[in-house]
Design a protein around this ligand. Structure first.
Ligand SMILES: NC(=O)C[C@H](N)C(=O)O
Length: 496
């Protein structure tokens, strides 16, 4: 038993801890030894075993004293985008090489305060820009899943690819992710895990390296919907240090998981029927709707007419904000600085540092962002994209005004692809991964990916549920009903 403790989810481990049948040190040691033999997955990029064991011992003492908060003693991984005090926090980029934050992000601090045990930092696309983890300075994280009878290395998705791979491979009980255009939900769908992007403003962005500030949200990546409810409760809450964080009470999400969705109205948006989507994803979507109906929900066809403009609008707004946010990496105060030659001035220092420190995808986004914000093009691109964003938000508001409680869509347009198989010559091919997820970020809504089936290659497929703002509890409950009905239990066979 003891060697399999890393396979537990948060809820099971929490219950075992409280019953006293297991200790946090045992759970932590099981995860640390799973991590030790997981180099082929390249999921953990900075390991913190000493911190982990110290926190585990403290958690065991708290449990013994009868003072066990929500995440007490539960070992988790933290995406490299979160600043963790004194622990490398590189956002997957060379430009943050050697950066040791002097402070802790609010979310990772809240998790620590709730007793969670940090095992280390998880791989990700550079500055969260990507859908395959291939833009990471550490090299891509690798999915524990493989196509049947094939040894091709598959992507765990991105940008939270290390988090998804680590949770799916049982290297940790759960992990943090962040989602700007799909970075929690797409990797969750690719790896048979659960990922929720909460309402914009639900989790503090303070200390989370900024990519596109009006879209970025942190959220949990877990083995079940119940675990997502537990962990989101610990991550969420008002933070005066983030001016976009909202002062709205955080309910007990787990207590809202009744599985009762009788009378709930679930919208099926016709604009999400996209040409080229594989039949098995269309079938999964229809099956998901049938399962929710069988559980007592009412299924209604809805229209979100501006959906097709979402992806182009996102790929204007996100780079625009990124170009501004990334201007701070100049080689002066922290991170990487290029070696200079005699005669080089400050301009050469910036140029060389940024050319060396940023990878190609990040450079592309900085250039696109600078272009769409430039004097002559601001109205044509950036302002237009902002107007489109308002229309997309209104589409959802209209649907909710008609009484729709949640919207069901596929999470991704395909199952996981092979590393090196996508976007090599055309970056837009990679951007299409976000076609079902970016609308949710543009509208600031909560969205969750739930594993719902396997494709013909034996790879996981996920469905997405989109909810009303601030109603994550209700959304999690609908996701819980879907999870129960879908009964997804597949795990990747161990090859690493
Ligand atoms: N950060 C994200 O949500 C990932 C998205 N695919 C992007 O590259 O922008």
């Amino acid at each position: 038993m003891a060697s399999d403790l890393n396979k537990l989810g948060l809820a099971e481990a929490r219950d075992a801890l409280r019953k006293g049948t297991v200790t946090s040190v045992e759970l932590t040691e099981a995860c640390l030894s799973a991590i030790e033999t997981s180099d082929a997955l390249n999921a953990f990029v900075h390991k913190t075993p000493e911190i982990a064991l110290e926190r585990a011992r403290a958690a065991d003492a708290r449990i013994k004293a009868g003072d066990a908060p929500a995440m007490c003693g539960l070992p988790i991984g933290i995406k490299d985008l979160f600043c963790t005090q004194g622990v490398p926090s590189q956002a997957g980029s060379r430009i943050l090489e050697g950066f040791l934050p002097q402070y802790e992000s609010t979310v990772s601090q809240q998790l620590a305060d709730a007793g969670a045990v940090m095992l280390g930092k998880l791989n990700m696309d550079e500055f969260a820009m990507g859908s395959s983890n291939e833009t990471s300075v550490y090299g891509a994280a690798v999915s524990p899943w493989r196509r049947s009878e094939s040894e091709t290395a598959l992507t765990p998705g991105g940008s939270s690819g290390g988090s998804a791979a680590a949770v799916a491979a049982d290297l940790c009980l759960a992990a943090t992710g962040t989602d700007t255009g799909g970075s929690i939900r797409q990797p969750a769908a690719f790896t048979g895990t659960v990922g929720i992007k909460p309402t914009y403003g639900r989790c503090s962005r303070w200390g989370v390296v900024a990519f596109a500030s009006s879209l970025d949200q942190a959220g949990p990546m877990t083995k079940s919907v119940r675990d997502a409810a537990i962990m989101l409760g610990a991550m969420a809450g008002h933070d005066p240090k983030d001016s976009t964080s909202m002062d709205i009470p955080v309910p007990d999400f787990e207590a809202m998981l009744t599985g009762d969705i009788k009378g709930k109205k679930i919208g099926i948006p016709k604009e999400y029927r996209i040409e080229g989507t594989p039949d098995e994803i269309e079938t999964l979507w229809a099956d998901g709707a049938a399962m929710l109906k069988a559980a007592g929900a009412e299924i209604v066809d809805i229209s979100l007419p501006h959906t097709k403009y979402a992806l182009p609008a996102y790929y204007v707004i996100a780079p625009a904000e990124a170009s501004s946010n990334l201007a701070r990496y100049d080689g002066v105060r922290y991170g990487h600085r290029a070696t200079l030659e005699a005669g080089d001035g400050i301009t050469e220092m910036y140029e060389k540092t940024r050319a060396e420190g940023f990878g190609h995808e990040v450079q592309r986004r900085v250039m696109i962002g600078t272009y769409v914000l430039s004097a002559g093009f601001y109205d044509a691109y950036y302002n237009r994209a902002r107007k489109v964003r308002t229309l997309i938000k209104k589409d959802f508001e209209d649907a909710f005004a008609q009484g729709v409680d949640a919207i069901l869509t596929p999470a991704t347009p395909s199952s996981a692809f092979g590393l090196g198989e996508m976007g090599q010559t055309d970056p837009v091919q990679m951007y299409l991964n976000d076609v079902f997820t970016v609308t949710v970020n543009l509208a600031g809504l909560p969205g969750i990916a739930v594993p719902a089936g396997l494709d013909h290659q034996g790879l996981p497929l996920g469905l997405q549920l989109i909810g009303r703002p601030w109603e994550e509890g209700d959304l999690l409950n609908t996701a819980y009903a879907l999870e129960q009905a879908a009964g997804f239990v597949a795990k990747p066979g161990k090859w690493w």
